[in-house]
Design a protein around this ligand. Structure first.
Ligand SMILES: [Zn+2]
Length: 530
């Protein structure tokens, strides 16, 4: 879900600028991190394998400097032809002793330590037990990991965690080692071979109760919950296998080697970390009321995690997709009434949001990425997919969803890439559709005035689009009479249009968009000038 649990947190989250240094592409990270009970200082050794993207004599990666006692201090850096380095302004700058060529690879090792200012939450859980939960979204990884903290640079990752033996460690990928060490410590290793953006790299280190919840197409699904919540947590999170099955059936194969659903101290309601989804600690209730949340985070494993937005301006490719696919999951499970209810709820959120927002869905001006967790990215993004589905039909819509995923799994995409896929599968030009919904602020405001002529037995509808630009919309109108009702589809494409519809009986009511299929506000009035 990735909704902030409390607005209080926003005041503690600083804006970091992304590393714009595209002279390197990280191929693989190995992060060795030592955690203790004695202090919140972490010790890390990062090995970063990279490829040079252009002739390079210097490059930089992200790592938070120490400020007010928190942040990371670099102790040693080594690597081929490294002449010197600096660590300032939350970046490590590497000065090389030779000019590397495009395509050359190198591996650097960075030793560092410090108290994370953010990104790795070291705190007691609600039962007073010490825990360590990373929370990297959107670009908070560099608070505790030296990395290119940018969604566009994906890399495989291995976490090698040394921590007191009572803790269990969950992370991305497969657990490849767990070994007891002297002095009451334990080493745990997790390896993810599929390249990930840093926003979904994760570790959770705590005392857990862990249950295998089932296998889905050979993918094991686990529940990791606080021992105190074992009964309720295992029950609640055991919904995941059925949800995973639905997504595999409808979208395509699940890419990762396992799925863990983890009770955690994420600041979000849920956080879709690749194959190790974190949920807020209060997500466990014993009532299974987090089904939509679990579906949303599972949807992200395809959209956001595997097919990732090129930049956060296109975050709707994560959040809008997860929102609408959750609605579709709920629709197949609980029926069309539930889907209509969810769409209406989402429509109201968008309308309410647009009363104060002047930004379109694709928003490249907001650099405080937490502010992008808004109704444009989630509900309007989801609504765009719903209207696209109405426009091209169910079968081509699903073909487009699968095609988009297949094309961009393991890669990054932007809104234009998504548009191209849906244009290709539908054979329709969708320029106007995507332009209006993604790049224009607000939503249509539609005024409908109607009157009935008892002599000609026709109803006249004067329809006006009050906003600019003018949208092309198929709008359904339900005409209710004493003897029943009829449904009519009107194609709106001009600022003002008049439609005449023959009716057998005097209408008692006109209902605009009875199926909740158009994102707009409607003002429907019976004209008095008859
Ligand atoms: Zn989400």
């Amino acid at each position: 879900m990735k909704r902030l649990l409390s607005v209080l947190f926003t005041s503690f989250i600083c804006t970091y600028t992304f590393s714009q240094d595209r002279s390197i592409d990280v191929l693989h990270y190995q992060f060795q991190v030592t955690l203790t009970d004695e202090s919140d200082t972490i010790k890390g050794v990062a090995k970063i394998k990279m490829r040079y993207l252009k002739p390079t004599t210097q490059f930089s990666i992200d790592l938070k400097n120490i400020s007010q006692g928190k942040g990371m201090h670099v102790t040693i850096i080594s690597g081929p032809s490294l002449k010197s380095y600096t660590h300032a302004d939350n970046k490590i700058k590497f000065i090389l002793g030779k000019n590397y060529h495009t395509g050359d690879t190198a591996e650097f090792m960075i030793s560092y330590e410090g108290i994370p200012a953010d990104g790795l939450i070291i705190a007691k859980n609600k039962y007073g037990r010490r825990t360590f939960f990373s929370d990297n979204w959107p670009n908070r990884a560099h608070n505790w990991l030296p990395c290119v903290d940018d969604v566009a640079d994906k890399a495989s990752v291995e976490f090698v965690i040394t921590a007191p033996h009572q803790y269990q460690v969950v992370s991305n990928g497969m657990q490849t080692e767990e070994t007891n060490l002297p002095a009451g410590n334990k080493l745990t290793r997790w390896y993810e071979t599929i390249p990930l953006p840093t926003k979904i790299m994760v570790i959770g280190v705590a005392e857990f109760a862990v249950q295998w919840a089932g296998n889905v197409d050979g993918i094991p699904v686990y529940s990791w919950v606080y021992p105190e919540n074992k009964k309720d947590g295992f029950y609640d999170y055991a919904m995941a296998p059925d949800i995973l099955q639905w997504f595999i059936k409808n979208v395509g194969p699940y890419a990762y080697s396992k799925l863990a659903n983890v009770q955690s101290k994420t600041i979000f309601g849920g956080m879709e970390n690749a194959s190790a989804i974190f949920y807020s600690e209060n997500s466990v209730t014993g009532d299974r009321n987090a089904e939509a949340l679990i579906a949303h985070e599972i949807a992200h494993q395809w959209f956001g995690n595997m097919a990732t937005e090129k930049s956060f301006a296109h975050i709707w490719l994560s959040e809008g997709f997860a929102t609408y696919l959750t609605t579709l999951y709920m629709e197949q499970k609980y029926g069309e009434d539930t889907a209509r209810f969810l769409r209406e709820e989402d429509r109201q959120k968008v309308i309410h949001f647009n009363m104060r927002s002047t930004m379109p869905v694709v928003d490249s001006l907001t650099h405080e990425y937490m502010d992008l967790l808004n109704a444009n990215s989630y509900e309007k993004g989801g609504w765009i997919l719903h209207m696209l589905r109405r426009q091209i039909g169910d079968s081509l819509f699903w073909k487009g969803i699968r095609q988009y995923y297949q094309t961009y799994a393991g890669k990054n995409a932007d809104s234009r890439d998504a548009q191209n896929v849906f244009e290709n599968v539908s054979g329709k030009k969708l320029d106007q559709f995507f332009h209006n919904w993604l790049y224009e602020k607000d939503q249509p405001h539609i005024n409908i005035n109607w009157n009935y002529n008892p002599v000609s037995k026709t109803i006249t509808l004067d329809i006006q689009q009050m906003q600019k630009p003018i949208y092309q919309l198929p709008l359904e109108i339900e005409i209710k009479t004493r003897n029943g009702s009829s449904l009519h589809t009107l194609n709106l494409e001009k600022q003002k249009q008049t439609f005449e519809i023959p009716v057998k009986n005097q209408p008692t009511e006109i209902v605009s968009d009875p199926g909740i299929n158009v994102l707009a506000t409607f003002t429907t009035r019976k004209s008095t000038d008859q």
